[in-house]
Design a protein. Sequence first.
Length: 248
Amino acid sequence: MSLAADDSATLSGLCRLRHDWTRTEIGALFDLPFPELVFRAQSIHRQYFDPAEVQISTLLSIKTGGCPEDCAYCPQSARYDTGVNAEKLMALDAVLAEARAAKSAGASRFCMGAAWRSPKDRELEHVCEMVEAVKGLGLETCATLGMLTAAQARSLKRAGLDYYNHNLDTSPEFYGEIITIAAARITMPRSVVRLSAGREDMSEETQALCFLAGANSIFYGPKLLTTGNPERDRDRVLMDKLGLSPMQ
C-alpha cells in the first residue's frame, strides 16, 4: 500500500481527525520518502497548532525510588541496585517551591511523578493537596502515579488535575520500534507531542528536525525523575535560534 498514489486526496484525508487508523495505514507512513513524511506531518501540525510555539513542561519526582515493579531497565525499581535511593513523598511546601520556579522559568504545565505501582488512598490524599495548590498558581497540572482505581481518578479530577500520564516503557534497544515523532503527529493531530527522556543526547539539529516533524512540547529543567535533561540555558538558546516561543 502506498499513500503517495494521490497526494492531494491523501493529504486531505490525513488532515481529518480520525480514530480508526489501521496498522496497515500506519505502516504505510513509514514507506513514504522522508521529505514527504515530514511535509505531511508539518502540514497537519499547522492545522491545529502554531508551528512556532512549544509547550514548556516541568517534571518533578515527588516520590523517587522504591517502586516494586520488576523493570530491569528502570532506575526507580526497588529490585535492583541502581544507585537511586527510595525517598518519601515530598512535602507540599517543597513541591510548591519547585512549581513556582518552573512557572518563573516559562513552564505552563507542571507534572508530578511518583515511583508507585499504585498509590494508597492516604498517599493520594497528599497528592491531591499538591494538585490543588499547584493549580492555584495558574499552572496546568499532570501526574504519573501508577495504576489508579476509578475512585482515585475521580479524586484527582476533583482536585483539579488536568492530565494523567501512564508510561508504556521499554528497553533502549526497542525504543525505535515504538517511538516515531512524524507518525505520531499524523495519526494524533490534536495531541501535544513531547520530547522527553533522551533529549540530553540529541544534537540541536536533531531536535530542530523533531520540531519540524510535529513535536511541540519539551520537558524543561535539569532532570526527568532520575534522568539527566538539557540545562535551561541550553534550551533557551536553541529556541531562540529556531525562533520558537513558549506556548501560553
